[in-house]
Design a protein around this ligand. Structure first.
Ligand code: ADP
Ligand code: MG
Length: 273
């Protein structure tokens, strides 16, 4: 209805003056539940542009769900979530519901890249074709432009010689590096990593972490859910420890990983170390 529409346009976009220095991601009391199971119980978090935030925590604590809410694979049930100064496409305010149309949600999602535990490459496409698919189909780039950029990205992830290889001909670590290149080809403002090395054989983990580390040095804003505490300590600007749907502890990597304040954080770190 017209009232909702008006309210929507008012809340959706932040005044540009407020945007300067505003966080790229802002979560305020974000709640999510599946049926009666409360999975996110009021997440408050502000992530400035250029930050690398590592999220650690036990299985089932809501880490993946939180990432999925940020890029709108899930709808939040309470609180507020902002990305790049825009409210995400679906939210409640009091008892009012706001919902953007699919095109607007697709546009919001386009600025966010996500790298999963499983690499999700198209099996019938080569490495190069996997990377240019999105830029050509979604961003409308010419094949020529997309290919030039894809080759540069292949170079960047150290796989220039694998441009014509199919995923089945690549190791897990190589596939994951292609998946990262494919995300970057979409020119994301924000990259979400959900345990990108958990499915890899141990000897392949470091090559993927190196690509992520290089990426962090370029100033990319990254949220990395990871069990690699060494990576979190060395590359993360901040580390968040999540447990049972809440951020239990948040701070610089040393304070959270080396000298945690909370009992639950200590127990988790001792258990995984
Ligand atoms: P983590 O990534 O920290 O391991 P998840 O966010 O995957 O945790 O899951 C948090 C909780 O939510 C778990 O109990 C999980 O079983 C539950 N959950 C996740 N996705 C769904 C879903 N689509 N439907 C029902 N329950 C879900
Ligand atoms: Mg998970």
């Amino acid at each position: 209805d017209i009232l909702t529409q008006t309210a929507l346009s008012e809340v959706r976009t932040v005044d540009p003056d407020h945007l300067a220095g505003a966080p790229l991601v802002l979560a305020q009391k974000v709640e999510k539940q599946f049926g009666t199971l409360k999975v996110l119980k009021g997440i408050d978090l502000a992530i400035p542009k250029g930050e690398v935030l590592c999220i650690i925590g036990p299985s089932g604590s809501g880490k993946s769900t939180f990432l999925r809410c940020i890029n709108q694979l899930e709808r939040i049930d309470g609180g507020a979530l902002w990305v790049s100064g825009e409210r995400v496409g679906y939210h409640r305010e009091g008892n009012k519901l706001y919902e953007l149309d699919d095109a607007a949600i697709a546009r919001q999602r386009r600025s966010i890249g996500m790298v999963f535990q499983r690499f999700n490459l198209f099996p019938h496409l080569t490495a190069l074709q996997n990377i240019i698919e999105g830029p050509v189909q979604v961003l409308g780039e010419s094949a020529r432009e997309a290919t030039a950029r894809a080759l540069a990205l292949l170079e960047r992830v150290g796989l220039a010689d694998k441009r014509d290889a199919y995923p089945s001909q690549l190791s897990g670590g190589q596939q994951q590096r292609i998946a990262i290149a494919r995300s970057l080809a979409m020119r994301p403002e924000l990259l979400l990593f959900d345990e990108p090395t958990s499915a890899l054989d141990p000897e392949l983990v470091s090559e993927v972490l190196k690509v992520m580390r290089d990426l962090a040095e370029t100033g990319m804003t990254m949220i990395c859910v990871t069990h690699e505490l060494g990576f979190a300590r060395d590359v993360g600007h901040r580390v968040a420890f999540m447990d049972q749907g809440q951020i239990v502890e948040l701070g610089d990597p040393r304070s959270v990983l080396v000298d945690p304040k909370e009992t639950r954080t200590k127990a988790f770190i001792n258990a995984v170390r």
